[in-house]
Design a protein around this ligand. Structure first.
Ligand code: 0A1
Ligand code: ZN
Length: 877
């Protein structure tokens, strides 16, 4: 909690640890309200000032005793403060034993050891271990762990920690003990324990070198039959990592535990991954296709961390992207191989634009490798994760897949068992390929999204086509001067028949159309171009940039119909739709009529896509989906909330009305008649069928209500149910409440499914949404202590309902500020995440700016505010 002004931690101040820990022996006497933790640490001075004290991190610990080399100490030989234990005049090598008491039941922050329902579990990344015991809680202190768990046998028959279970003992009196040993040295943030009455499902995996690994998923009783997909995803990830990168699992056991109360998605603790239950439990009746895809990628992500994160970890938290950017890249590659690569790419780019681009252009903009923070929990961001993954992907583009694999091999050769930096990673990539990546490395230290402008000129006489490429990155907080980056751009030129022309530039043939933009301004001339071509640029979204081109509407329609790069084909449609919507919003905001006629050509292009039999349904569904209101807002000088909403809704109605027959045909053709399977193929058909349904019901009139209700009643899987219900939440007829009530009656005992019910009502664009949201905070299933509930209701309203959150009267902002303030005293991490949306206040009109700022000011003024919320709110102002 804030007493003085919170301190900033800086990368420039990094010092190696004064003491290293070789071995940790922990004993837990587990009781919900008073767990006693005994820690025996083997320490050794490895740096710092000679003779200096031993300082250990610790927060919220009730210190019972301290022994050095078996001798009990008393003050002034040691001293405690709010966040540390200091031992004076320590020997150069010592055994330190501490005993502390903690209260897991009262731990609403869900950091350290806490109780979820009745089970014990831990979350130690980034700095939760210091809430369990006194320790140098930093990732460059790596030790082996031996963990003894003691607890009530009936309440906690399952007791797990990292590594191998080496003994189990009945202690009598209804208590028992389990001992676990992890042979791999690890940082404290990867420590975990779980204890509870849990059900288990088990499978096996044989690694490529013949190791037999037991795979277990632990869940609350009754959920055993909803683990199949997670288990299958785990097995496929293990196989894929061997095939693609030669990386094999290194222990005989791999455990996953699903918990209901969790701040994030999941956590890669060594051999004991802890998951938000939402990313494990699934079956056809309770999970949507999107849920299945998330489970697949998150199970893979956490598994992949075993090498990228655990075997090689981060020296300090500024290097977070070393493990996160790389591991996101790996899980994206995995999902691309398991499903459709182009569809996955489009989804990832949509997510990047929705979450990372606004971050990069707002007050919280920071580089992939940040250089300062107040609270590290605030830096688990889209920039560190998703932009970090883009940076890794660009390296693969520069080095080729083989070169990239060589680099990764060298990285593990050099650094297995170490805590290293992003520089070390890039050095391994550069050295393995004999390449200089020093210019490229600016992507790690420079924040902001580069804007690239491309202008074209065709010289019919010379049959030459010249592109002028210019890059510019706007100033971001703390970085007023920007340098040009190394931007790899894949380019294509389409001839009149829609095919790709051969590219020969003034500097020779272009490898796969790849142009390296490294200067502020460059030109490239293509020769032997018979007619003015149509330009396709940044194919595959190979670089995370914003692009301005001189493409005409006709060019975009042409690319929508012909581009050989599926991403670029999708992108052309998005750009085209954005243009139309921007023009209509600008006209509306200045009281003009606009030009709906200009939209007919776009509708025709959408029709073409729908009727193109060469395209897969999943791609079509994405290609006919308009850019979000938020995306359109980003492209405008001022976010005209109401106009954007009205314009997008009108364009959807027009497309729905103009293409009635086509959408009906698409619905019929994509009806899935075989039994449900969570495959990409079936998911694609459901996505297209439901996108068509959404267009046919875009006016939310009585006919729409009927059609959606029919679909709702017929649905035999959660994807179709949610698709229909999301339409019904918008309509005014009796179908709305009938469907919501039916859903509630059926699912009120399933917390995970009820989250969807909350979220759908929170994102409805109806004027009465906020009053519904407020009423839902009193619903028996709602619980402000549960992060999934908060995200489903408050988070969905504030982050996915622009027109209601930004209501002109400021009611949405007031609601969010009230919620954040209430939540901050319970769970600062989640509170801070909720308030990020207020940071975009500069983008709105004067009235909204004032209202958003005053909501932020009210938060900053809270007398006892967490570092987490303080950092986000104060930096946003
Ligand atoms: N390392 C995990 C994410 C994670 C980060 C922080 C947490 O608590 C503060 C929890 C999980 C991952 O990337 O999956
Ligand atoms: Zn991760």
């Amino acid at each position: 909690m804030k007493t003085d002004l919170p301190q900033t931690v800086r990368l420039a101040d990094y010092e190696p640890p004064a003491f290293s820990v070789d071995a940790v022996d922990l004993t837990f006497d587990l009781e919900p309200q008073r767990t006693v933790v005994t820690a025996v640490l083997q320490l050794r001075r490895t740096g710092g000032a000679p003779g200096g004290p031993l300082v250990l991190d610790g927060e919220n610990l009730d210190l019972l005793e301290v022994l050095v080399n078996g001798k009990k100490l008393s003050p002034p030989a040691y001293e405690t403060s709010e966040d540390a234990l200091t031992v004076f005049d320590p020997p150069e090598a010592l055994t330190l034993e501490t005993r502390v008491a903690i209260n897991p039941k009262a731990n609403t922050r869900l950091e350290g050891l806490y109780v979820s329902n009745t089970m014990f579990c831990t979350q130690c990344e980034a700095e939760g271990f210091r809430r369990i015991t006194y320790f140098p809680d930093r990732p460059d202190v790596m030790a082996t762990y031996r963990v003894t768990l003691r607890g009530d046998k009936a309440a906690y028959p399952v007791m797990l920690s990292n590594g191998n279970n080496v003994s189990n003992t009945d202690l009598g009196g209804g208590r028992h003990e389990a001992v676990w040993e992890d042979p791999f040295p690890k940082p404290s943030y990867l420590f975990a324990l779980v204890a509870g009455d849990l059900a288990m499902v088990e499978d096996r995996f044989k690694t490529q070198s013949g190791r037999d690994v037991t795979l277990r998923i632990f869940v609350e009783h009754g959920n055993e039959d909803r683990c199949d997909y997670a288990m299958d995803s785990l097995i496929r990830s293990m196989r894929w990592d061997e095939e693609r990168f030669g990386l094999e699992y290194d222990l005989d056991i791999f455990n996953i535990v699903a918990v209901s109360d969790f701040n994030m998605g999941a956590m890669e603790n060594k051999s004991l991954n802890v998951f938000n239950a939402k990313y494990i439990l699934a079956d056809a009746s309770t999970a949507t296709d999107a849920d299945f895809a998330n489970i697949e990628s998150i199970v893979a992500h956490e598994y992949f961390h075993n090498w990228t994160g655990n075997r090689v970890t981060c020296r300090d938290w500024f290097q977070l992207s070393l493990k996160e950017g790389l591991t996101v890249f790996r899980d994206q590659e995995f999902s691309s191989d398991q499903r459709s690569r182009p569809v996955k790419r489009i989804q990832d780019v949509r997510a990047l634009r929705a979450r990372q681009f606004p971050e990069d252009s707002g007050p919280l903009s920071h580089p992939v490798r940040p250089d300062a923070y107040i609270e590290i929990n605030n830096f688990y961001t889209a920039t560190v994760y998703e932009k970090g993954a883009e940076v890794i992907g660009m390296m693969q583009t520069l080095l080729g897949q083989d070169g990239f694999n060589d680099g990764l091999r060298l990285y593990f050769e050099r650094h297995d068992g170490q805590a290293v930096t992003c520089d070390d990673f890039v050095a391994a990539m550069a050295d393995a390929n004999g390449k200089d990546l020093s210019h490229f490395k600016r992507w790690y230290s420079q924040s902001g999204t580069p804007e690239v402008t491309v202008t074209s000129a065709y010289d019919a006489g010379k049959k030459a086509y010249t592109l002028t490429l210019e890059q510019m990155t706007r100033p971001t907080p703390g970085q007023s001067e920007k340098q040009p980056l190394h931007i790899p751009l894949r380019i294509g030129l389409l001839g009149a028949n829609g095919g790709d022309l051969d590219l020969v530039s003034d500097s020779g043939a272009l490898d796969g159309g790849l142009v390296h933009l490294t200067e502020e301004r460059q030109t490239v001339t293509f020769t032997n171009i018979p007619d003015r071509p149509v330009l396709s640029v940044n194919r595959g979204f190979g670089a995370p940039i914003a692009l301005n081109t001189d493409q005409t509407d006709a060019d975009l329609a042409f690319l929508m119909a012909h581009d050989s790069d599926p991403f670029a084909r999708w992108e052309a449609g998005q750009q085209y739709a954005t243009r139309l919507m921007k023009a209509a919003v600008t006209a509306m905001a200045s009281g003009e009529a606009g030009d709906p006629k200009g939209q007919d050509a776009f509708v025709a292009a959408v029709k073409n896509i729908l009727e193109d039999n060469s395209l897969d349904p999943a791609f079509k569904a994405l290609a006919i989906t308009l850019p979000t209101e938020e995306f359109v807002g980003e492209q405008l000088p001022v976010v005209h909330v109401d106009e954007i909403h009205a314009v997008r809704a009108a364009l959807r109605r027009k497309i729905g009305a103009d293409l009635q027959a086509e959408f009906r045909a698409a619905m019929a053709a994509n009806e899935v008649r075989e039994p449900f399977a969570p495959t990409a193929e079936q998911a694609g058909r459901r996505a297209l069928r439901n996108a068509a349904l959404a267009y046919l019901t875009a006016d939310y009139g009585p006919e729409a209500a009927k059609l959606a209700k029919e679909s709702f009643d017929r649905a035999d899987n959660m994807t179709d149910t949610i698709a229909a219900l999301s339409i019904l939440t918008e309509v005014d007829g009796p179908e709305r409440s009938a469907a919501l009530e039916a859903f509630e009656t059926r699912w009120k005992d399933n917390a995970q499914v009820m989250d969807k019910w909350f979220a759908l009502q929170a994102v409805a664009s109806r004027p009465d949404t906020l009053s519904h949201v407020k009423a839902l905070t009193k619903h028996p299933c709602f619980d402000i202590r549960n992060p999934n509930k908060v995200r489903s209701l408050v988070g969905a309203f504030a982050m996915a309902n622009p027109v209601r959150f930004h209501a002109k009267d400021g009611s949405g902002y007031t609601f969010l500020a009230d919620s954040v303030i209430e939540l901050d005293s319970l769970n600062p991490q989640v509170a801070a995440r909720m308030l990020g949306t207020l940071g975009s206040w500069r983008r709105y009109d004067a009235d909204r700016q004032a209202l958003m700022r005053s909501a932020l000011e009210r938060i900053v003024a809270v007398p006892v505010l967490s570092k987490d919320s303080y950092e986000i709110a104060s930096k946003s102002l």
